[in-house]
Write a protein that binds this ligand. Structure first.
Ligand code: ZN
Ligand code: ZN
Length: 176
């Protein structure tokens, strides 16, 4: 299923509320670089605030990613609140003194009876995830030669360090 709510009922009724609760799985949304562990729970309320609809709720669950250095599985729990003001497209005319761009900064403009907030959920999920994924702060990563996980100890690869003084000589030789 996707994240959709029918708002036709509450749109013309100030103070009216509608609760929603559903699960989203890997089949419903794609979060770049991550996989949803089992399911994410989404629940919340949409309320008619006289002029706009306030959509607020929570997303809870766990996602599976990979350490950016050693590729080990990393599990990240999320418990993220979200809130968004929804403005019916026909109602934007009330704000004739405001530029459409300014309106869009404050509101999500929607049309029709059903609001699909799948994209909004994905944005919130991404915002709650770390931008740099590490299995631990001091992860040693993989050996660039043999791919051995250096957190499990050194490999047998030998790296030849070039003496910096020799490096300068090499440079001189080739730079005319
Ligand atoms: Zn790692
Ligand atoms: Zn190695």
């Amino acid at each position: 299923m996707s994240a959709k709510i029918n708002i036709a009922k509450i749109r013309n009724n100030v103070g009216a509320k509608e609760d929603f609760a559903f699960d989203i799985t890997e089949d419903d949304v794609t979060v770049e670089g991550w996989q949803i562990a089992d399911r994410l729970k989404v629940e919340g309320t949409v309320t008619n605030k006289d002029g706009y609809l306030l959509l607020e709720g929570k997303i809870c669950g766990e996602l599976i990613g990979a350490c950016s250095r050693c590729l080990t599985e990393v599990r990240e729990k999320i418990d993220e609140s979200f809130a968004e003001k929804l403005l019916y497209k026909a109602d934007t005319s009330r704000f004739s003194d405001l530029a459409f761009g300014e309106l869009e900064e404050e509101y999500t403009i929607y049309d029709g009876d059903v609001f699909d907030f799948t994209d909004l959920l994905v944005e919130n999920i991404i915002a709650s995830l770390p931008s740099k994924v590490l299995c631990r702060e001091d992860c040693q990563g993989l050996c660039p030669h043999c791919g051995h996980n250096l957190n499990e100890g050194q490999c047998d690869c030998v790296f030849e360090d070039i003496d910096p003084r020799l490096a300068i000589l090499t440079k001189l030789t080739y730079s005319d």
